[in-house]
Ligand binder design. Sequence first.
Ligand code: 13P
Length: 343
Amino acid sequence: MTTTSLGDTAQALVGKGKGILAADETVPTVTKRLAALAIDSTPESRRDYREMFLTTSGIADFISGVILQDETIHQRSSRGTPLIDVLAEQGILPGIKVDNGAKLLAGAPGERITEGLDGLRDRLSTYREIGARFAKWRAVIAIGDGLPSAMCVRANASALGRYASLCQEQGLVPIVEPEVLMNGEHTIERCEEVTGYVLHAVFDALFDQNVSLEGMLLKPNMVISGDECGRQAPVDEVALATLRSLRRHVPVAVPGIVFLSGGQDHLRATMHLSAINQLDGPKPWKLSFSYGRALQDEALRAWHGKPRNLSAGQRAFYHRARCDSAAALGRYTPSMEKEGALV
Ligand code: 13P
């Protein structure tokens, strides 16, 4: 696998006005989201839920790739077509979550380390054979009293480096996701400080482990106020702080930065992305989205687990993906929300 083809895939994932749908929630997580609407979680209901997104007509205008979960990548659609082929028919690249989740980090109370490196080479090779073209590994960093510790940041950065290096060896583009969590009372300034520290450590580890920056994507948090902070920074401040942090810590060789939504509601996630793209000055990478909740929530509510609501769910997904695509070009306006209601 050459660096060029990894680079081509990475570029394709952040093609003009395109972003990624993260539909890779683990079974317990998706079960929680379905349960909130009193929808039973079974392999079939989870398949139907994911199939709604993957079969939305015209969605490839806005979505370049979908991150799947191990269960989904092996499933067939209700018509019997492997879901991975459904994506191929749409012209959308399949991705796969390959970490085994964030577990308690020994010696660091309140902090977590993402596991899943054992046997990863073989799992990546199998996913590549099935047809996956890119992968995702999420590290989580909490902000709190005395947190994060240097130990937690270094351990997670090192695991991200090992994962990314193995992905490239196996012909998959790694999405490197160091998520600084928005939970807590911390200010936007503290979020910026920690985000910069984490990004620096991550790129240090990627350098140490010979990761080709041209053949990867970064999936960071935006720089925002903690969700329990008394002062919630406005959109323009979030945009400025986020771009400043990225300019300081992300090499120009990285083709794209695809943000996670991290618990922001769908409107804020869209407005923030558009505001970041509207800022003047150098933006040497594509700045797009790899949202989970912010892309799915409206569609989930519209669908509500009922086959008769399938097209309502797909309309909601199409609308949000269209808005986020506009935001990736810095062209989102709130009036687009009304147009969505007419679709
Ligand atoms: P959210 O956008 O819901 O944060 O999910 C993105 C993701 O993939 C988290 O790993």
